[in-house]
Write a protein that binds this ligand. Structure first.
Ligand code: C5P
Length: 299
């Protein structure tokens, strides 16, 4: 392929309708079992190939201010990994300009960085005439982050296990309204895992045993019954501000109302648009310094 061309798409956010953290591997990584659900909320991702090698990043959008240095950005690391692989495969060297419009808050457990990385991999692969097979792209994505394979597969809902990198699409559910409550202070994923390990040690709790989360998991009613997040037991005691947001979402009718991934955001699912709008309004009034975002699940 030539070293030019452009591509754009939306990199959707996710929540975990159920998240169970199982045993810790010798590597330090944890086995887990989760049901991912994609949200309408997403970042805009635009790619432009160019003949000069290297990756250039520009970031705009409401959540742009929260990002660290470009070199740490998962989208940039994804682009470098792909372009290195393409060059090994004999493609003429090229670079890429990435323009991100960040709407998904950082450090919230909503998978924003992983979704951007997955979009970059999908886009670059298309711009290179589907150079990599889907399995190769998944392997490349899984090495970047545990949530990246879910976003690469692109289904609205999926069961994931292993480190989160084994993904099985699930039938999507009818769309529901979502309210996200995002505290001013984020939560780094490694810290959430550390809090969980300390919590388990303190209370003498064993790692959760695997559960067949898909059984009877094909309706919102079943999803609500099975909704749980193992991080809550460790993160909520350490972060009362997050607990208050979860309680507020549950009080106004969020079913489920749950920590998003490893936090710090919490989400509430509503079947009624008015109730979701009212909840977002009440959160904005009652909790200055947080962001309340209205979105819905993708179907
Ligand atoms: O893959 P991701 O970038 O989300 O992981 C961030 C950190 O979270 C890892 O460095 C690791 O400490 C922890 N983690 C884990 N087990 C997983 C996924 C992440 O311990 N399955």
């Amino acid at each position: 392929m030539t070293g030019t061309g452009s591509w754009r798409d939306t990199a959707h956010a996710k929540v975990n309708l159920s998240l169970r953290i199982l045993a810790r591997e010798v590597s330090g990584y944890h086995q887990l079992e989760t049901v991912f659900q994609a949200l309408e909320l997403g970042d805009g991702v635009e790619l432009e190939l160019r003949p000069e090698p290297g990756v250039a990043l520009s970031v705009t959008g409401v959540a742009a201010g929260e990002l660290g240095p470009d070199g740490d950005n998962l989208a940039v690391r994804a682009a470098r990994a792909f372009l290195d692989r393409a060059a090994e495969g004999g493609s003429p060297p090229s670079g890429v300009r990435i323009a991100l419009e960040k709407r998904v808050p950082h450090g919230a457990g909503l998978g924003g960085g992983s979704s951007d990385a997955a979009a970059v991999l999908r886009g670059l692969n298309e711009l290179h005439g589907d150079l990599l097979e889907p399995e190769e792209l998944l392997a490349l994505g899984g090495a970047l982050g545990a949530d990246v394979p879910f976003f690469l597969i692109g289904t609205p809902r999926a069961l994931a296990w292993g480190r989160g990198d084994r993904v099985l699409p699930l039938p999507s559910l009818p769309p529901r309204e979502v309210v996200l409550a995002v505290p001013g202070q984020g939560m780094a994923t490694p810290l959430a895992y550390r809090l969980l390990a300390e919590h388990r040690e303190r209370v003498g709790a064993a790692a959760a045993p695997p559960a067949l989360v898909t059984v009877g998991n094909d309706s919102w009613e079943a999803v609500i019954r099975k909704a749980e997040n193992d991080f809550e037991g460790a993160v909520l005691p350490a972060r009362p501000d997050i607990r208050r947001l979860k309680d507020a979402l549950a009080r106004t009718g969020g079913r489920p109302a749950l920590l998003a991934g490893s936090g710090a955001a919490v989400f509430g699912v509503f079947s009624d648009e008015g109730a979701a709008d009212r909840t977002a309004g009440e959160l904005r009034e009652g909790f200055p310094g947080i962001r309340a975002i209205r979105t819905r699940t993708l179907a």
